[in-house]
Design a protein around this ligand. Structure first.
Ligand code: A3P
Length: 296
């Protein structure tokens, strides 16, 4: 049926969730057995929620504003992507993470059920970053167009929107991902952050994250420096954060740091698509423990 009409080369389905070749089944299995440490910080996002942004912020906070260190290697090497395996880049998230001294900043896009089994036993800190799903969908569409990792997607926006709504995109359904994590809001060691709040007042959010991470020794000047370093403009021109060196991303089609705004969905959705989205959102999120205060 419709479900398979959008299958692209290199996809596989693992525990009901669609993945591409850079998250192969054996890696996803090994992730379940991954040795978590109490000092770890997990950054949990659905793709395109602002993962890279949060990785850079948290890495700098945990490493006492070590700007020299941040300039010495790309953010994706300093903060490993747990379920990522790329033979060309020789980047294997699990291997990088295992070899890394604490504190580790670990990125993942997995829904709760696929997380390392030790997550609740070792009690690492977990930052869950959410972004309104309309902007996520637009950002993801543009990323699909620019990245060769997604079976050389050549489709148009309406087709991608269908795929997104069906969960037929890499890492599966935004709705299922979001519903899996949201009930943990308010739990010890968990902090939920919204992309739109980072946009609204980055310094304030950086301060709150510093408190959550126990980095009370960082001076106000340092926190301001971190916030400035993590502005969109600064990260876009910084080769250690902008991913322009990554072979699989064609930045001339669409760079990873594309627009970095709230509300770009208004440039993509038709009135009808928006109405359909709102109706389907309501249906799909009806069993949510409580409404999620997204800003559009
Ligand atoms: P857009 O495509 O809307 O521009 P991820 O890191 O999860 O792949 O998310 C990428 C999205 O986060 C992109 O959104 C990118 O521009 C945005 N982003 C990355 N760094 C940012 C920053 N410093 N400020 C604002 N947005 C940022």
């Amino acid at each position: 049926g419709k479900k398979f009409s959008h299958m692209l080369p290199g996809q596989h389905v693992y525990h009901g969730i669609l993945f591409f070749g850079f998250s192969p089944p054996d890696t996803l299995e090994a992730v379940r057995e991954f040795g978590v440490r109490g000092e770890d910080v997990f950054i949990v996002t659905y793709p395109k929620a602002g993962t890279t942004w949060m990785q850079e912020i948290v890495w700098l906070l945990l490493n006492d504003a070590d700007f020299a260190g941040a300039a010495a290697s790309p953010v994706y090497m300093r903060s490993p992507f747990l379920e990522f395996k790329d033979d060309v880049l020789k980047e294997v998230g699990l291997d990088i993470a295992e070899a890394m001294p604490s504190p580790r900043v670990i990125k993942t896009h997995l829904p709760l059920k696929l997380m390392p089994k030790q997550l609740f036993e070792k009690k690492p800190k977990v930052i869950v970053l959410f972004r309104n799903p309309k902007d996520v969908c637009c950002s993801y569409y543009n990323f699909y167009r620019s990245s060769s990792s997604f079976g050389d997607f050549q489709g148009e926006w309406p087709q991608f929107l269908d795929m997104f709504m069906e969960g037929h995109v890499d890492h599966g359904s935004w709705f299922d991902f979001t519903k899996s994590w949201w009930p943990l809001n308010g739990s010890d060691n968990f902090r939920f952050v919204f992309y739109e709040d980072l946009k609204m007042n980055l310094l304030e959010e950086v301060k709150k994250l510093a408190l959550f991470l126990g980095k009370t020794d960082l001076s106000p000047e340092m926190l301001t420096k971190i916030s400035d370093h993590c502005s969109f403009e600064s990260m876009k021109t910084n080769p250690m954060t902008n991913h322009e060196d990554v072979y699989s991303i064609d930045s001339s089609v669409s760079p990873l740091l594309r627009k970095g705004t709230v509300g770009d969905w208004k440039n993509h959705f038709t009135v009808q698509q928006n109405e359909d989205f709102d109706r389907e959102y309501k249906e799909k999120m009806s069993e949510c423990s409580s409404p999620i205060p997204f800003k559009y």
